[in-house]
Write a protein that binds this ligand. Structure first.
Ligand code: ARG
Length: 600
């Protein structure tokens, strides 16, 4: 923001060095940590050290000589437009901006860029983020919501930081769990499915629980019960076999029931404002992954032990030349020729890189699958995939309930849709106590925005590596470090701007209060927060930033009375600061996938 001033000072430093026959080391600038004033600094240590090494110096110790240089440079600089003062301290040259200039430049930048404020320059790399990939024939629960929210926010961050971004889903649509649901549906419930999209998705989960119960070995079974259970299991196995063989009836049953899950998933993604670019399915990569197994055998990476009654395996550690156990030995094809989850991940990675030309591939997947993904990446490396280094697993902790782990088999899960409905209900109950002049539909829309804001922020404000014990009261709390607290800062800024209009003449040429300088400081940090969060794959960085910004705005709101500011130019400057704050809160919330209600 102060490029012109910085260059001017650089020129003065270079002139000084040339005139005094000093070989100037590369000039490096860094911002001075904010303490009520803004500035940047450089040091002369390297230059002094080079001089001493060349035997040209004055014979003084390096620190002393560096300080001498910075003092001389300071004297040379004199006064520069926009710079309030210059200091020579311990070999450093500290250059401070005029607070009024800095404040108005920050505010001008935000106002001129608007929704684009904070967006990083376009980068050449393409990044794929894979998330929202639950298994079908189950229902979308709160653990899936954590995954989806983290993935979506990461995608928004990476995109806003300047990367081409592809959002991908990868639902697991095969395996024994899927067949189990199909079996009981076909046997007992064909044609009885409920009509609503969510109801039908949730119903599949009920079928799964019931089927699991029928197929599970009980204590003290009578011989009849045992026979019954075994007969059921034989039916299920037969259905699996038919699925594998491509039996038309079973395949159609599969497509139909799978679609119910996918419909529900699309609906949930719509609720969460997620727009997927690419849908991969496990079933799509099943066949291609078999070809990869052949290739790995031919390249001597995999060992084919099928002739001896075994499977196709990869001794990853041995092939990588590792002496300690790290990735272990893995099966990639069973003796009966069926593939595994791992095998399919090899094919998936290939498609991602070759068909979508991604430079980096991020997998947002539960931390418990960490070893699995590391194994897949290691096999890709053995296979000769240079991009295997560019695969990154963004793991996240488990979401459990106060009463213990969620269990789909037992039907002990908290469904996302139920929590979302409850969130809206609670906000509505709270809202109707307050205002009367807002229309019903407007109130519902705002309730949805606030309820979801609370839920989403509760998933983002915890480090992704930490487990979450999901407590609905905590997740839907509106006080303290929450989504609604941040949304409320936006609403307050909005309400000031509705009451007073900013005129054209504004000036920050007055004694800014600490609340104002802090707000300017927070706003100015937004672009770096975007880059940092994107580069470190850490949505938490943005979540924390948004809270700090809101908090600073709330303090400003309480301390500074914008409407009643006497001086018109000052009032206008403050109004412009409020617009800038509102814009920055909006941009930050957008990255967090949280909406900005007009009223609260
Ligand atoms: N469907 C899997 C599950 O629900 C997650 C898929 C993760 N992605 C991957 N490429 N393996 O556990």
């Amino acid at each position: 923001m102060f490029i012109k001033e910085q260059q001017l000072i650089e020129t003065k430093i270079k002139d000084f060095c040339a005139a005094n026959d000093i070989a100037l080391a590369e000039l490096k600038w860094q911002p001075i940590p904010f303490s009520g004033e803004w500035g940047f600094a450089t040091s002369f240590f390297q230059t002094a050290a080079n001089e001493a090494r060349a035997g040209k110096g004055t014979g003084k110790p390096v620190p002393q000589r560096a300080q001498e240089m910075s003092e001389q440079v300071k004297a040379q600089i004199g006064s520069v437009e926009g710079i309030s003062h210059v200091e020579a301290v311990k070999g450093y040259l500290n250059v401070y901006f005029k607070t009024s200039d800095y404040a108005s430049r920050v505010v001008d930048e935000v106002l001129s860029r608007g929704v684009e404020f904070g967006r990083g320059g376009a980068k050449s790399e393409t990044v794929m983020v894979e998330y929202a990939q639950p298994n079908t024939h189950h229902s979308f629960h709160i653990g899936h919501a954590r995954n989806t929210i983290l993935g979506e926010v990461l995608a928004r961050l990476v995109e806003f930081a300047g990367y081409k971004t592809i959002r991908a889903s990868y639902p697991g649509d095969l395996g024994l769990g899927v067949i189990t649901v199909m079996w009981i549906y076909d046997k007992l419930y064909k044609g009885q499915e409920p009509a609503g999209v969510h109801e039908r998705g949730q119903w599949l989960l009920k079928l799964y629980v019931e089927a699991t119960n029928l197929l599970e070995k009980k204590e003290n079974e009578t011989p009849e019960q045992t026979a019954q259970r075994e007969a059921y299991d034989a039916e299920r196995r037969e259905m699996y076999r038919k699925w594998d063989a491509g039996d038309p009836y079973v395949r159609e049953l599969w497509r139909e029931t799978r679609e119910w899950s996918l419909e529900e998933l699309r609906e949930v993604l719509h609720m969460l404002d997620v727009k997927m670019d690419v849908w991969f399915y496990e079933s799509d990569v099943d066949e291609p992954s078999k070809a990869i197994v052949d290739e790995l055998i031919a390249k001597n990476i995999a060992d084919d032990e099928r002739p001896q009654g075994g499977a196709v395996i990869v001794k990853i550690d041995e092939k990588l030349g590792l002496t300690k156990e790290k990735y272990r030995t893995n099966i990639i094809l069973r003796n009966d020729g069926t593939t595994l989850y791992l095998t399919k991940d090899l094919a998936l990675a290939k498609v991602k890189f070759e068909q979508y030309h991604v430079d980096r591939s991020i997998y947002v997947v539960d931390s418990r699958q960490s070893l699995h993904l590391q194994q897949a990446f290691a096999i890709l490396k053995l296979w000769g995939f240079p991009q295997s280094e560019k695969c990154y697993h963004l793991g996240y902790g488990f979401v459990s309930l106060p009463e213990g782990a969620m269990s789909a088999r037992r039907g002990r899960v908290v469904l996302f849709k139920d929590v979302a409905d409850e969130a809206v209900k609670r906000v509505l109950a709270f809202e109707s106590e307050k205002s009367g002049d807002v229309s019903e539909s407007e109130r519902e829309k705002v309730a949805y925005q606030i309820g979801m804001g609370a839920l989403i922020y509760s998933m983002l404000s915890v480090d992704n590596n930490k487990d979450i014990v999901f407590d609905i009261n905590e997740a839907l709390s509106f006080d303290g470090r929450t989504g609604p607290y941040i949304q409320n800062a936006f609403v307050r800024a909005n309400s000031i701007l509705k009451k007073v209009k900013a005129g054209s003449e504004a000036s920050f040429d007055y004694e800014l209060t600490k609340h104002e300088t802090e707000l300017v400081e927070l706003i100015s940090r937004f672009p770096q927060a975007v880059q940092q969060a994107a580069d470190e794959y850490r949505p938490l960085v943005m979540a924390a930033y948004a809270y700090d910004l809101a908090n600073t705005f709330h303090s400003f709101y309480h301390a500074v009375n914008v409407q009643q500011t006497e001086n018109e130019k000052t009032r206008n400057a403050r109004l412009r600061l409020v617009i800038a704050a509102k814009q920055t809160i909006q941009n930050a919330l957008k990255l967090l996938s949280i909406q900005t209600p007009e009223v609260m």
